[in-house]
Design a protein around this ligand. Sequence first.
Ligand SMILES: Cc1ncc(COP(=O)(O)O)c(C=O)c1O
Length: 436
Amino acid sequence: MTQWQHSKELWERSRQTLAGGVSSNVRLSAQPHPLFFERAAGAMIYDVDGNAYIDYMMSQGPMILGHSPTVILDAVNTAMRKGQLYAGQHELEIEVSEALVRLIPSAELCRFGLSGSEMVQAAMRLARAVTGRQKILRFEGHYHGWFDNVLLNVATPLDVAGSRERPKTTLASVGQAASVLEDFIVLPWNDLELVESLFAERGHEIAAIMCEPMMCNTGGIPPVAGYLEGLRRICDELGTIFYLDEIVTGFRLGLQGAQGRFGVTPDLATYAKAMAGGFANSALVGKRDYMERFAVDVNHSGTFNSNIISMAASAATLIELQRDDGAVYRHLETIGQMLIDGIRDIVQNLDLPVLVQGFPTAFHMSFTEKAAINDYRDYVLYCDKDRYGDFVLAMLKREIRLVGRGIWYISAAHTPEHVSQTLAAVEASLKEVWEQ
Ligand SMILES: Cc1ncc(COP(=O)(O)O)c(C=O)c1O
């Protein structure tokens, strides 16, 4: 018998009818195997074996208000009793778009979808329509969804990745259409000189620069000083679209997302996760002149777009996030900083090579001697992922649930009490994996 016996049995059963026993490949990497949960409330998530975890996965980012927030559930419950899907317009949809336009510096017009992946597609299509160019510049380690034309260079092994200065564009899955390789140019993140020399040579071919404004999917890597501003300037010089994929950072790095945090305004930006408190909703926002093309000659459609449930969830979430002049964000910053400081104290006392970087609302922990991780190759070469995996399992045994790749997501439901329990588990788990 293990601590996860019932989960193991359910996983074996699920594999009879679900491919791999899961519905998203990301979940296959869960330790010690995909776990089954039966309830989640506040900062806690409960599995079928009776383990009660303090959760820092927070559903990979969306649960910024904690699990099962009553105000959001009540808003959804009330709204959906009047219908779920009209295939027509309704007022909540205007309310949410008005809130986005008010809150997000770059938002002049919006379009809604369901998943992040699909609004990334809308952004790329619009960028190509506006510029009449085909190629898009993106960066190693950035994740923009699982579709054929974006699942590129996310976790390419370095022996096939090409040189740092000229990475090869690589597919990440068997079965992906190889024709998309032509459409993308890939560079390392955080190196402006390489972008400048690429644009000097081929800028006229490039429709858009797309990136996560902080690389949250591989490490938690903020832009180095002047980097995003530099990308903005290069785009302005050559009439290229600057597109920020804020699907993680939106409403997480602050009410204005990464745009507010870093003071850089893109032409287009995508949002999902934290914008709907755990329900499925996503948005593309951008400059009026560009976005108006959707009403003219650029197609974007979807049966479930702006359904009542998604819009009610987002409307309520955005109200909560704005309440008391940003009280949620003050709380997130305080709790996140307590964790960061606490982890740093522990590793200093134990004299261990552990790095914590990022921001209090989303920070990254890795096992490395380096003082900072600045790009994908740093992460691959210098971070001990196997040992971090052992740490995640050691934490899970102590009923703390972390994301395997090192990012920690804080919610409005985490308290100083949770922080104390977490830090005690961090200390014990670090000692265990270093066998001190
Ligand atoms: C930056 C970024 N873009 C796009 C996506 C894809 O979003 P979804 O999983 O909702 O399709 C993700 C998902 O994690 C993401 O982190």
